[in-house]
Design a protein around this ligand. Structure first.
Ligand code: GLY
Length: 505
């Protein structure tokens, strides 16, 4: 329980009562921001501190914890503390937020206020029902969420959590599935023999009928024929609107499963169980689902957020080394976008990273996903800021395509794409030279390619230029300003091509 616990909900949701009880059980300080007088008496009896009306802001309670002068507290929020979304996103990033759900009396002023605030209440790490329950039982549910310490992607009623841990599929899957009519477990011919039986067993142990669909492995099968196969098997299995699809595998499997779920019966819930590092740090989170059409990657798809994501890092032991190493390029990218400490960690422990140190890998996944969740929560459908996640991908995708999607893995192409955009950024005066040199050295230390092949880059430039029809005359290029800080710069495609050609000289 490293992060503060914030209890949210309307004024009749017993936040103060539950908060005081959780604080007593855990020995943590209790802060009661709730203005209600009757609950204030409860908080006065608790071991923690009380705040006056003038001090009742989120900053006041997070500040002492941030500075290390207070352990992570339990906080009963006022019913309107997290109404402003920017404040709520800070809370969701820095703390564990649990909404205590209760339905106020119909027609009451509280009912109207609760309805207006409901999108805010939905954006939480968990919602716990309160009505008709003993305080002790509510506290146990709240405590379990706090101990799990998941990451949350905020998307109003479609918000969901990402759990990171070892050997966690068995314990997390039951909650993640909810109460479906049946489960369609989608995997591929590489992953099914390794993990299919254990996951199927966990689904059945949770009391659900499970039907498995095994796809042929490989990016070349990420197409509409595969989709049709999944839907036909869903039909035979009588999957209905209450079914849940589970994607067990790497990025191809989760992309395909998510899209199959998005269109099945006009949209059913799906859960991602990524088995590769790339799947964990990027593909399975954020709701981008798609298949390829002819040579166009991800041409047909939908933004369709998963209902839950479970990153069980113990599944990574079966991942081939090349895929694991490639995914580290996405981890470096994420550090450049929003977490300089992640870069320090990769640098200082590059040997342990390469040796798959399990605790360290969990930390890398957690830090990467925290950045990704922050970005996706701000801009779910990539109308702006989310494009920063494409750092290194414009040139990277072109290099990947130039190599026929077999010569370079996605991660290797992203590594080279990062090198290209860093060098371009340096020449254009956007990226400081020390950041460029440090990042390229880090990519190399992690075993990723950093040497730009002149011929390949020249041919890739032709692909970028050719793509101009689709992208328009200008691209928004994600460039690095500082470690942990990126910007989107509008750049004429012709200029970008010329700068890439420059790199080949
Ligand atoms: N992989 C980039 C994104 O999810 O937006």
């Amino acid at each position: 329980m490293q992060r503060p616990l914030l209890l949210n909900g309307c004024s009749t949701s017993a936040k103060s009562l539950v908060g005081a009880s959780v604080a007593r059980t855990t020995g943590r300080p209790f802060v009661d921001l709730d203005a209600s007088r009757d609950v204030a008496s409860v908080s006065e009896q608790s071991a923690g501190m009380r705040y006056g009306a003038e001090e009742r802001s989120l900053e006041t309670v997070l500040g002492p914890w941030r500075s290390g002068s207070s352990p992570a507290p339990v906080v009963a929020l006022r019913s309107d503390t997290l109404v402003v979304r920017s404040t709520r996103l800070v809370a969701l990033d820095e703390a564990v937020v649990v909404t205590l759900d209760v339905a106020p009396a119909p027609g009451s002023a509280e009912a109207l206020a609760t309805e207006l605030r409901s999108p805010g209440y939905a954006e939480a790490h968990a919602r716990v029902a309160v009505a008709g329950r003993e305080t002790g039982s509510v506290c146990s549910d709240v405590l379990r969420v706090w101990e799990r310490d998941p990451i949350v992607v905020a998307a109003a009623e479609r918000s969901y959590t990402v759990d990171i841990g070892a050997h966690s599929v068995g314990s997390r899957l039951s909650d993640a599935l909810g109460s479906p009519s049946m489960v369609l477990l989608v995997s591929d011919s590489n992953v099914e023999p390794l993990h299919g039986a254990a996951v199927r067993q966990a689904i059945e142990a949770a009391g659900h009928h499970c039907v498995s669909v095994t796809l042929p492995a490989g990016e070349e099968h990420k197409n509409l024929d595969t989709m049709r196969g999944i839907w036909e098997q869903a039909l035979v299995a009588r999957a209905d609107r209450r079914s849940v699809f589970v994607g067990l595998g790497g990025g191809v499997v989760t992309d395909v499963t998510g899209f199959a779920a998005a269109a099945w019966m006009r949209g059913v819930r799906w859960v991602a169980l990524p088995t590769t590092l790339l799947g964990m740090v990027d593909a399975s989170v954020g709701g981008k689902t798609a298949v390829d059409l002819l040579s166009a990657k991800n041409a047909v798809g939908a933004f369709w957020q998963p209902h839950a994501v479970v990153c069980d890092v113990s599944l990574l032991v079966t991942e081939p080394q090349r895929g694991y190493t490639g995914a580290l390029a996405e981890v470096v990218k994420t550090g450049l976008i929003g977490d300089p400490v992640l870069l320090d960690l990769l640098e200082s422990r590059a040997g342990d990273v390469r040796a798959h140190d399990a605790r360290l890998v969990s930390e890398l996944v957690r830090r990467s996903l925290r950045v990704k969740a922050r970005v996706v929560s701000l801009d779910e459908c990539e109308s702006g800021h989310r494009a920063t996640l494409n750092l290194g991908h414009t040139v990277g995708h072109a290099l990947e395509a130039e190599a026929g999607y077999t010569g370079l893995s996605h991660g290797e192409a992203v590594s080279l794409g990062l090198v290209a955009v860093l060098r371009i950024g340096q020449k254009q005066g956007w990226t400081p030279a020390p950041v460029v040199e440090r990042t390229i050295a880090l990519l190399g230390a992690l075993g990723l390619p950093v040497a730009l092949d002149r011929g390949a880059l020249g041919r890739a430039v032709a692909l970028i230029a050719h793509d101009k029809k689709r992208a328009g005359k200008t691209v928004k290029l994600a460039v690095v300003r500082e470690a942990g800080q990126v910007a989107l710069v509008p750049v004429p495609v012709d200029d970008l091509c010329a700068w890439c050609v420059d790199l080949t000289r």
